[in-house]
Design a protein around this ligand. Sequence first.
Ligand code: CP
Ligand code: NVA
Length: 303
Amino acid sequence: MNRHFLCLCDWSAAELDAMFSLARTLKQQQQQGQPHHLLAGKTLGMVFEKSSTRTRVSFEVGMFQLGGHALFLPSSSTQMGRGEPIKDTARVMSRYVDGIMIRTYSQSAIEELAHYAAVPVINALTDSYHPCQIMADLFTVLEHKGSYADRVYCWIGDGNNMANSWINAAAVFGFELRVATPPGYEPDEAVMARARQLGANILYTNDPYAAAAGAEVLNTDVWASMGQEQEQRQREKDFAGFQLNSDIVAVADSECLVLHCLPAHRGEEISDEVIEGPHSVVFDEAENRLHVQKAIMATLMQE
Ligand code: CP
Ligand code: NVA
């Protein structure tokens, strides 16, 4: 039976923690120039229905470093982009590749792909979740703080795919999470309800200062995600006061870390001063996409 990586909520804390251990080993091996060909001869199909810099490059490089090969398959140049059913694409691709990574719009599309695929499927971002990113974020906290499950996290901004995945992570790992969004931009109600049912410690508020007070990790993301570009102007108005800036950092823990999945819109959801400042670890975070995803791929695709 294949395991897929569609949502953090499908995995236990112990399983995800094992991925962090593997990521740490793989990172050391890569930095020391030691071969770590855990996926020698394997191939990953990478389906992109949305743009990407980090995800595309880190998965492709990661597959190469593991001794395998990755195929970049933008929907604009595949038959899926011309309407070939997902269930057919899933079964055809499964005859060629050992794993499928997909960035798309709806979570139900990725679930359908996984249902029909005979190989593991990895969620590289949907409108609902971005689990690979949260794994890289937590690994970055682990590296900088020595632990991650006992930290206080704060999300400021849109209740989007990143926020939903943070809520899943709070449920899986049991850490305290404070979420501050403007009214009307709350995270997914069902995601929040399920997390609370699992005993997650989540504060939801419309006050970014209340969310940030004493927090050890501050995190934000763009106000208009991919597919919402036409809402940009309205969102700039609605998100006024929700910028992660030095006033917010000032009320957080004095040793706090600032995360951003990138790409960032400086001067909107985050100030230039903060993203370039001493608390920011955004480029370590971006690098860790590579190491953590290698661990995810090895976990799913190794014999
Ligand atoms: N953070 C992230 O997923 O970046 P890309 O959109 O560049 O892949
Ligand atoms: N919320 C953003 C994340 C980009 C990595 C988006 O979906 O566009």
